[in-house]
Design a binder for this molecule. Structure first.
Ligand code: 5GP
Ligand code: MG
Ligand code: MG
Length: 180
């Protein structure tokens, strides 16, 4: 596919629609097996994960629930540093098998700060499904249970991920061009 231009930058095509959809079907099959006889609760992190969460959910056969939250970070006191809060978390998580659905894990800071908060709600289990992971960039100790693609440490857009607000509608994933 041809390169695209978003705002001031050029992006090269990186993961095709077919490659993404094939991998998501594999992940869904794996989750079906792992959660057989259970009723997992998927929590998608908006905005980036909306497309991945929808396609993953469509491919599941296990009985499951889905909900979405937004994470907002603000500066706390000096001692607490940056504080992340979940907006829209209305479900009771006690005893539930929770799967957090993310678009991408980069440094890992967001999830490293947010997961302990979810653990406070006493789920029976807590796992992470992320479409993309940048292993070279990750600085926090996270167990990523379901990973679509491990990718190099380059900025990507498309399939839910944006560059300054645009590009989320793209069916493919694009990578910032080297010679941009
Ligand atoms: P982390 O806390 O893991 O460093 O960052 C996670 C968030 O940063 C992601 O959920 C995503 O919103 C954003 N992010 C990280 N890398 C990229 C990237 O390559 N492209 C886009 N569009 N967003 C990214
Ligand atoms: Mg995200
Ligand atoms: Mg963004």
């Amino acid at each position: 596919m041809a390169p695209i231009k978003l705002h001031d930058k050029t992006f090269d095509s990186y993961l095709s629609e077919d490659t993404i959809q094939t991998r998501i079907r594999e992940l869904a099959a794996q989750i079906d097996r792992d959660y057989a006889g259970k009723r997992p609760l998927f929590i998608g992190i908006l905005n980036g994960a909306f497309m991945f969460a929808a396609d993953l959910f469509k491919n599941l056969t296990v009985e499951a629930e889905v909900s979405f939250i937004k994470l907002a970070s603000y500066s706390g006191t000096k001692s607490t540093g940056r504080v992340i809060t979940a907006i829209g978390l209305d479900q009771d998580l006690i005893g539930r098998d929770v799967i957090v659905v993310e678009d991408i894990v980069d440094t890992g800071k967001t999830l490293a700060e947010f997961l302990p908060q979810l653990q406070h709600n006493q789920p029976a289990s807590l796992r992470i499904a992320t479409l993309l992971h940048k292993p070279e960039a990750t600085q926090f100790d996270l167990t990523l249970d379901y990973v679509g693609f491990a990718i190099p440490n380059k900025f990507v857009v498309g399939y839910g991920l944006d560059y300054d607000g645009i590009g989320r509608n793209l069916r493919e994933i694009y990578q910032l061009s080297e010679n941009a």
